[in-house]
Design a binder for this molecule. Structure first.
Ligand code: GDP
Ligand code: ZN
Length: 460
């Protein structure tokens, strides 16, 4: 349940740093700050000090806890729309936890993960999609992923969703009138008009859904497995990619998630290399794919990069792997192209089918990596999708809500076509309206809100 009390948490990441920030939100924030914080030659904090950095010391009774900078912020001009205080102290475990303890002793309680942002949502400062984007901003692995999240925070997605909802609300109001005052002669007109309204709304939703795969990948990363027989060049590929990629991000255990994974930045696409250690030392791939764990990795990957040695005939094993690639997002690397070719490209194309790109590389001569990156970018961004698109859907929850809304609307269109009674239409439109409201949080259950914010980090 939402608590009205004053909350406190350390908002900077765990560990040591130059500065650590302890933050409070709630009615008692300033009162508590006045109890523990002393400025030289000045009395207590007033509203005049809104968003000012104040220099002073935090005291426990008469002994100094730390030398700090303190920022009081008064409602409603704050992140949570409540009074807030930030204490910038030395970034060590001792001063940070001592200050938190002191604040707790003075009447605050410990914040739950995401509680600051949850309050911002509950107090109407952010809608749910915007609140979710905060976590995406923090966890973004590439500047492009960050941009997409930032646009969501700015409300670009919410505005599109709200516009469709407003149109549906107007349609429902009109239907309501028609239900209350049925008039035979306007019936045909109403069905035609409703059909065009529903079709327009459905179209807006489909537009959003069309690019949602790109959005999802920019947010969550493209999980990628590199497979191939021993000695074809998998390790060489990995090393080449690590050298080329502009940023290598490794999740630090305990901060936001527990899994450690290598993430490369390829043209803004976060590439998550799945189980690289396991795949690097593959002796018998088919046998390895028989092992459930590897199979699960292989099956759940967004992208399979299959490496072949161009100077060696295709084996039965290779053919078998190529069978697994059907219907998958896959790229075949024809490596060692510096050697005399044995694999015939025309035959290879035939075995693979049309949709799998073949990239020739000579990893030893550092050739072909750019082409591989081109193919990956093409797969993710596609032809028509431009990154300037500001309202990208990135989140599976949003995707699901959009799909349900689109389905209800196509049912409404069908109901119009067969002249179903208006109250049938009303049900479909209402379903669509409510599904869309889940994105911005207007029609969402309390449990879901709790679940969403509990995935946030502490102090956010
Ligand atoms: P892995 O077993 O699939 O990981 O293969 P490695 O990356 O360890 O490479 C196996 C051997 O092939 C090494 O001796 C590499 O130097 C060599 N190799 C990798 N790429 C090329 C290439 O493009 N051309 C040639 N001629 N040799 C290569
Ligand atoms: Zn290797």
């Amino acid at each position: 349940m939402f608590r009205e009390d004053t909350i406190v948490a350390i908002s900077t990441p765990p560990g040591e740093g130059a500065i650590g920030i302890v933050r409070m939100s709630g009615e008692l924030s300033v009162e508590i700050a006045n109890k523990i914080f002393v400025q030289k030659n000045r009395a207590s904090i007033t509203t005049e000090d809104h968003r000012r950095m104040l220099y002073g010391h935090v005291y426990r009774e008469s002994s100094v806890v730390d030398e700090v900078l303190l920022v009081p912020m008064f409602a409603p001009g704050t992140y949570t729309r409540e009074d807030m205080v930030e204490v910038h102290c030395h970034g060590g475990i001792v001063p940070m936890t001592e200050i938190v303890k002191l604040i707790l002793e003075n009447g605050a309680s410990m914040a739950e993960p995401g509680e600051f942002t949850k309050r911002a949502f509950l107090n109407g400062r952010l809608d749910l999609a915007q609140a979710e984007s905060i976590m995406d901003l923090i966890q973004a692995k590439t500047p492009q992923g960050f941009n997409v999240a930032y646009n969501q925070l700015e409300g670009h997605l919410s505005r599109k969703v709200d516009a469709v909802r407003a149109a549906l609300l107007a349609a429902m109001a009109q239907l309501e009138v028609c239900i209350d005052y049925p008039e035979e002669d306007i019936e045909e007109m109403t069905y035609a008009e409703m059909t065009s309204r529903f079709t327009a709304a459905e179209k807006s939703i489909s537009e959003l859904l069309k690019k949602s795969e790109t959005g999802r990948i920019l947010r969550d990363g493209l999980s990628t497995v590199i497979v191939g027989k021993p000695n074809v060049g998998k390790s060489s590929l990995l090393n080449a990619l690590l050298r080329e990629s502009r940023a290598i991000v490794t999740d630090i255990p305990g901060t936001t998630r527990d899994i450690i994974e290598e993430t490369l930045n390829i043209r803004g696409v976060p590439i998550k290399l799945v189980d690289t250690a396991g795949i690097r030392e593959t002796d018998d791939l088919v046998e390895k794919l028989g092992v459930e764990r590897s199979k699960a990795f292989f099956n759940s990957a967004d992208l399979v990069v299959f490496v072949l040695n161009a100077a060696e005939a295709l084996s039965e094993e290779d053919e078998k792997i190529m069978g697994y690639l059907r219907g998958r997002r896959a790229i075949v690397l024809l490596n060692k192209s510096d050697l005399a070719p044995v694999i015939d490209e025309v035959n290879l194309r035939e075995s693979l089918g049309e949709h799998v790109p073949i990239v020739k590389t000579s990893l030893i001569q550092e050739e072909g990596i750019q082409e591989l990156e081109d193919e990956i970018a093409k797969m993710v961004y596609g032809g028509e999708v431009s990154l300037s698109e500001r309202s990208l859907v990135t989140n599976l929850r949003h995707q699901d809500a959009l799909r349900r809304a689109a389905k209800s609307l196509s049912e409404a269109v069908e109901s119009c076509r067969v002249n179903m009674p208006y109250d049938f239409l009303q049900v479909d439109v209402k379903n669509a309206y409510e599904a869309l409201g889940e994105i911005t949080g207007e029609t969402v259950e309390n449990d879901l809100i709790t679940k969403i914010f509990s995935q946030f980090c502490l102090g956010k």
